[in-house]
Design a protein around this ligand. Structure first.
Ligand code: CA
Length: 378
């Protein structure tokens, strides 16, 4: 059995309404998708998180080394790709390219073996996952706080048990919007905040202290991802759990984060940090430190399905009869690619996600949508 072909695509969806976060504005969603086909005629799909055109170049570079390999040998394929890149890129885009191919390899392996990926990983540890709505981005409108409260209410009505909002507009503005949203959704729902490393340590401490009273589930990327010691210091100065790691690559990156006692929760992005193969190693590493894992996910249904399979299999420390819910990031911001490219892999009902047992990552892939959004000149 052999890998016959690896095709890559850059997809773009222009947004109806642009939105922004602490760093920049988005007017489109763009993603690199990879299709791996075996000589048995099975197909696996993956995606990379990050600048799509550059990831595509990485995928095209890596393809030459793995075409012809046995698609069931996911670890051997991973090692081959990593050995070919580590001299040049132990972090960043080439690792995202490895991730995209690795996710596709797991999907393909599942299809060939007619088994869901979570089962190939060792089995189901839970029947349901608790998605949290990622949204509440900033837009240019006259009454931003009102608009965000309406959006938060919508998530509450949809049944979400948790949601994550952006901060990073400025301490005063952030405090006011957090207060308004907490008042709007009441005390029962979890509310997390994410500044996308907008602040320095002093500002992060100031914001944390001011919003502790609003029962914040975690403060994500309070400071820049390079400053492990600042993360660690912030943890000693606030009761809010600290989360981070979406910019971290491979187990080695997470080792640095974990050994610095920088975070309460790590957030590896499966489609950037090294794929499902490496995310599993990172989860094992986190279990050694007793740190929670909640993967970052901001892509299409491929990334969401990969996260759902990963979390279904995830070992949670500490074990107990009534464990706390296992969270999954569930981006609700506008994204036609996410909504149209895949169908039927996960079901959202009563605030919980259940995963089916279809082979591979479990989704039906819509190739018409792929060609609708694919950039022709890339
Ligand atoms: Ca984030």
């Amino acid at each position: 059995m052999k890998i016959k072909s690896i095709e890559s695509f850059v997809l773009s969806d222009k947004l109806k309404e642009s939105f922004y976060f602490s760093q920049w504005e988005y007017s489109e969603r763009r993603i690199c998708i990879v299709k791996v086909t075996s000589d048995t005629g099975h197909v696996g799909w993956g995606e990379g998180y990050g600048p799509a055109g550059v990831i595509r170049a990485g995928i095209d570079h890596l393809s030459q080394f793995i075409i012809g390999m046995n698609p069931l040998e996911t670890e051997t394929i991973w090692e081959t790709m990593y050995r070919r890149t580590l001299d040049y890129a132990r972090r960043g885009i080439l690792v995202s390219a490895i991730s995209a191919i690795d996710v596709a390899m797991w999907d393909l392996k599942g299809k060939i073996m007619a088994q869901p990926v979570y089962l190939l990983m060792g089995g189901k540890k839970r029947e349901t996952i608790t998605p949290y709505a990622t949204g509440l981005y900033f837009t240019n409108c006259p009454n931003l706080a009102d608009k965000l409260c309406d959006e938060a209410l919508l998530y509450a009505k949809m049944g979400f048990k948790a949601m994550k909002m952006k901060v990073g507009l400025g301490i005063k503005e952030d405090i006011e919007i957090v207060r308004r949203i907490r008042e709007t959704i009441g005390e029962d729902l979890e509310l997390m905040v994410d500044s996308n490393h907008a602040y320095n340590l002093r500002e992060s401490v100031q914001l944390s202290k001011a919003i502790e009273q609003y029962n914040i589930g975690w403060f994500e990327e309070p400071v820049s991802p390079e400053f492990y010691n600042q993360y660690a210091e912030l943890r000693t100065k606030t009761s809010i759990p600290i989360a981070g790691g979406e910019c971290e690559y491979l187990r080695y990156g997470f080792q640095a984060l974990l050994s610095a006692n920088a975070v309460d929760i790590i957030q590896p992005d499966i489609c950037a940090t090294g794929g499902l193969s490496e995310a599993r190693r990172i989860a094992t590493l986190a279990s050694v430190y007793g740190v929670e894992v909640v993967p970052h996910s901001w892509g299409t249904g491929i990334a969401l399905s990969a996260a759902a399979h990963f979390i279904t299999n995830l070992e949670v420390v500490p074990g107990r009869m009534n464990p706390k819910p296992c969270f999954m990031e569930y981006d609700r911001s506008e994204n036609g690619l996410r909504d149209e490219l895949t169908h039927n892999s996960i079901v959202f009902e009563n605030g919980l996600i259940t995963l089916g047992d279809a082979p591979g990552l479990g989704f039906e892939f819509n190739e018409d949508a792929l060609h609708k959004y694919a950039l022709k000149d890339k």
